[in-house]
Design a protein around this ligand. Structure first.
Ligand code: UDX
Length: 452
């Protein structure tokens, strides 16, 4: 089997490398000659755990190669995957499909013999048919099928998600195309991964429905977290209490600063637009987006409140700026709203992130980037945890306390236990749980019969 993957971003690169690991002969294509040159030297353009080893070993085995020459890669390929970007179009929130359609035209010009053209990029319902129209118009003689095969890869664990997925969804409407896809995913058929063959539109919609549902779980638990704070409940326990119900499930119920990343914000917005255009609005997802947007502003206010209602002239130490750990991706990260709001309120923001600082520095001004966690905190008035990187989960608390000018920690990811933070002498504010004071203060106040 020989395939070409058009677009060597997160999705294209991970998919290409994983297919080559499955034994398929893969050529990854990208317009960016610099990127291709770096990949050929084994340098990854993105941070994804395990990707460099996978790329290197499959390149060495001559199953994986990189090129800017789309024609050469597509000629003779059994299948061509379109994995180019589909950003939100400026202004209206619709997915911008110009790269997908451009790729379809170029593929049509290059292909010889029966080819399966697979949309791997997240594309709105109906795009597969449009891709087929473009190919037919460009090359009326071509023998081909269009297939939709959405990715469900999480950044940071994308390789595991590809190799051991919960399911694979394939919108393929001819037996010939289904057979090619079956052959490509052979190792997964052998280990009995559920593989769903559907209509093209069904597969396209499944992707949006999956991501919107997950986003809904997050906005849901975030609103419940706010309510917990008002009524004196603990959101961690509520999440466990509902999540143990098999119909609900425990995953994706972590309250936090709101979802970000390259998929959820864009996909929720695109689903809303598609549904509006189809005259069948998804008002639940409209609300999910609104809750998430408001949340980011609320997070900045929460930090300001925790600092006594005013951060003017104060220095805040931010830990983590990426939208989640184990990635350098800053797209739609909550930090991009929270940090500027804090600066606007007069704070000096110092920050550290294990992988994201290079990207973040391009997107935010006047942040003082530190070289490590503890440098960030030295002399700061409070610590704000925005991303739950593992190294922030095991801070040397006495050292943190000694470095800060005031022992305040605002943890937007609930990675510490309130009682531990109180015992360690911190004023600790988290999400969906009561704020706690340093235990000695609390004891003193209790003795005096006063409260904060
Ligand atoms: C997501 C989907 O999970 C994946 O299947 C899809 O194909 C691409 O989009 P990804 O964007 O890499 O993957 O991130 P994910 O791990 O799903 O997290 C998304 C966002 O939600 C992050 O900002 C994360 O911090 C937030 N999140 C997640 C929560 O706030 N709470 C949770 O319980 C789970």
């Amino acid at each position: 089997m020989r395939i070409a993957v058009i677009g060597s971003g997160y999705v294209g690169l991970v998919s290409g490398a994983c297919f080559s690991e499955f034994g398929v002969n893969v050529t990854c294509v990208d317009l960016d000659a610099g990127k291709i040159a770096r990949l050929e030297k084994g340098e990854m353009p993105i941070y994804e755990p395990g990707l460099d080893q996978l790329v290197m070993s499959n390149m060495a085995a001559k199953r994986l190669s990189f090129t800017t020459d789309l024609n050469a890669a597509v000629k003779g390929a059994d299948a061509v995957f379109i994995a180019v970007g589909t950003p939100s179009r400026r202004g209206d929130g619709h997915a911008d499909l110009s790269y997908v359609f451009g790729a379809a035209e170029q593929i049509a010009q290059a292909m010889d013999g029966y080819t399966v053209v697979v949309t791997k990029s997240t594309v709105p319902v109906g795009t597969g048919r449009k891709v087929a129209d473009i190919i037919r118009k460009t090359r009326p003689d071509a023998a081909f099928d269009v297939v939709s095969n959405p990715e469900f890869l999480r950044e940071g664990s994308a390789i595991g998600d590809f190799m051991r997925p919960d399911r694979v969804v394939i919108g393929a409407e001819t037996e010939r195309a289904q057979n090619v896809m079956r052959e490509l995913y052979r190792p997964l058929f052998l280990n009995e991964t559920p593989i769903l063959f559907t209509k093209i539109e069904t597969s396209e919609l499944t992707k949006y429905a999956a991501n919107s549902f997950l986003a809904a779980k997050i906005s849901f638990i975030n609103e419940i977290a706010d309510l917990c704070e008002k009524v004196g409940a603990d959101v961690q326990d509520v999440a466990k209490g509902i999540g143990l119900d098999g119909r609900i499930g425990r995953k994706f119920l972590h309250a936090g600063p709101g979802y970000g990343g390259s998929c959820f914000p864009k996909d929720c917005l695109a689903l809303v637009k598609t549904a509006q255009d189809a005259g069948s609005p998804v008002s639940i997802i409209e609300a999910v987006i609104k809750v998430n947007d408001n949340r980011k502003e609320d997070m900045a206010q929460r930090v300001i409140r925790a600092c006594g209602g005013n951060v003017k002239g104060k220095t805040l130490a931010v830990l983590g700026v990426t939208f989640k750990p184990n990635t350098d991706d800053m797209r739609d990260s909550p930090a991009l709203d929270i940090i500027p709001a804090l600066q606007k309120a007069g704070a000096t923001v110092r920050a550290f992130d294990p992988e994201g600082m290079k990207e973040a520095a391009k997107m935010m001004d006047n942040v003082v980037w530190s070289k490590d966690t503890y440098e960030t905190m030295t002399g700061a008035d409070a610590v704000v945890i925005i991303t739950e990187w593992n190294e922030f989960r095991a801070l040397d608390l006495p050292r943190v306390k000694s470095l800060l000018s005031s022992p305040t920690v605002i943890d937007l990811r609930n990675i510490y236990k309130p009682e531990d933070m109180s015992a360690a002498g911190f004023y600790y504010v988290s999400i969906g749980r009561a704020a706690v004071e340093p235990s000695d203060t609390a004891e003193r106040r209790q003795a005096l019969g006063t409260s904060r």
